[in-house]
Design a protein around this ligand. Structure first.
Ligand SMILES: *Cc1c(COP(=O)(O)O)cnc(C)c1O
Length: 388
């Protein structure tokens, strides 16, 4: 009985072009990956700097496991907090210009933990409508009252913030919107938070390592506008995207971090991530700071792609980050285009609702510093071919 109900639901999904599939990779992540035995040119990962398979990171992980073993064996508050976790937290805090930082096993858990620890039943959250799913789930878990404002619409947010209420106020935004590639208006958001005595949680999963001087992230991208060093900002970034490893962190004032250690359930009630992973992230931090050429190459490829895709029947959404979405609209058309590229040896995922709003299915092209100009040229010509 239950099985029939589940099967019906799956069939309905399939009929709507909404069934999701996993493709198996053999070998490492990169711009050329082996999927189901075949090699394919990939524009589908968040490995923006090409570090996921970097020999220095792998060496750091190997040396790390020899020194501190593999499993952490316990949660951070029991007996799983290692020196190298602590060293990484200090390095991350300094890198993003905050007094303190706290490591989480993933960005999903960092968002759940931070929001749940900082606001509760009597508080209010103001969130951009296009925020990442993990932030939306975090809001539900916190039990705070939720107000969602139209994407990047500061007037709408101001109107919501003006409504009088007691309790804490927390504004939440992606810094780089993960399915659109555009940027949050951080200076404007901060000004509103100052005006209304609200906190600002910035999820920089896609800006860390990419934006700002030395890849320090979105707060540094906006550094000429005053006050992005504000203690009101609670900064979150992930370590599994541009940094090429795994995990995430929250960086903020010491008292905020101390509060998370006491209250963030997704920090407290889970096994610490393998300490050797922190060794790999430390190596990644050194590389991404030093090797400016990776970001230079990325910007060059972004410009090449945007110029090359002009004149297609689908809208290339406005973005100057490595996330370059081609707005298709219809789910089945998006899937057919993705399939068309696949038969031409190119992997670009079709992103459909509920990940994006109804009627805005898209190809999410993501570029990496490891791509060559020839790779991008190949994608451009394949898309022009498919348009005819
Ligand atoms: C990927 C992502 C996360 C989740 O991070 P994980 O480390 O993959 O769990 C959170 N927020 C945004 C905006 C993301 O893109």
């Amino acid at each position: 009985m239950l099985f029939e109900v589940l099967q019906d639901e799956l069939n309905t999904r399939a009929a709507q072009g909404l069934l999701r599939y996993r493709r198996e990779l053999q070998g490492a992540q990169g711009t050329c990956v082996t999927v189901e035995g075949k090699s394919i040119l990939s524009f589908s990962s968040n490995d923006y700097l090409g570090l996921a398979n970097h020999p220095q990171l792998i060496a750091a992980l190997q040396t790390g496991t020899q020194q501190v073993g593999l499993g952490a064996g316990a949660s951070h508050l029991v007996s799983g907090h290692f020196s190298v976790h602590d060293e990484l937290e200090h390095a991350l805090a300094e890198f993003v210009g905050k007094p303190a930082a706290l490591l989480f096993s993933s960005g999903y858990l960092a968002n759940l933990g931070a929001v749940q620890a900082l606001v509760g039943r009597n508080d209010r959250i103001f969130a951009d409508k296009l925020n990442h799913a993990s932030l939306n789930d975090a809001m539900l878990l916190s039990r705070a009252q939720v107000h969602r404002y139209r994407h990047n619409d500061m007037a709408h947010l101001a109107q919501l913030l003006r409504q009088p209420n007691s309790g804490r106020k927390l504004v939440i935004t992606d810094a780089v919107f993960s399915m659109d590639g555009d940027l949050a208006l951080l200076p404007e958001l901060l000004a509103l938070c100052e005006q209304h005595d609200a906190w600002l949680l910035v999820d920089d999963a896609h800006g860390f390592g990419i934006l700002g001087e030395q890849g320090r992230g979105s707060l540094f991208h906006h550094r000429d506008s005053s006050g992005l060093a504000s203690p009101r900002i609670i900064y979150m970034a992930t370590l599994g995207k541009a940094a090429g490893v795994s995990g995430a962190f929250i960086a903020a004032e010491q008292v905020v971090i101390d509060t998370l250690v006491q209250n963030a359930r997704s920090y407290i009630y889970t096994t610490a991530s393998p300490p050797a992973l922190s060794c790999a992230v430390l190596a990644s931090l050194r590389l991404l700071q030093k090797e400016e050429w990776r970001r230079t190459q990325l910007w060059k490829l972004v410009a090449q792609l945007r110029a090359g895709l002009a004149g297609l029947p689908w809208e290339l959404m406005y973005s100057d980050t490595p996330i370059q979405p081609l707005l298709v609209g219809n789910n089945n058309v998006a899937v057919a285009l993705s399939e068309g590229l696949r038969t031409r040896g190119i992997w670009v995922p079709a992103i459909r609702p509920p990940t994006v709003p109804q009627g805005t299915a898209r190809l999410r092209i993501s570029l990496s510093a490891a791509h060559s100009e020839q790779d991008v040229a190949q994608l451009i010509s394949a898309l022009h071919e498919l348009a005819h």
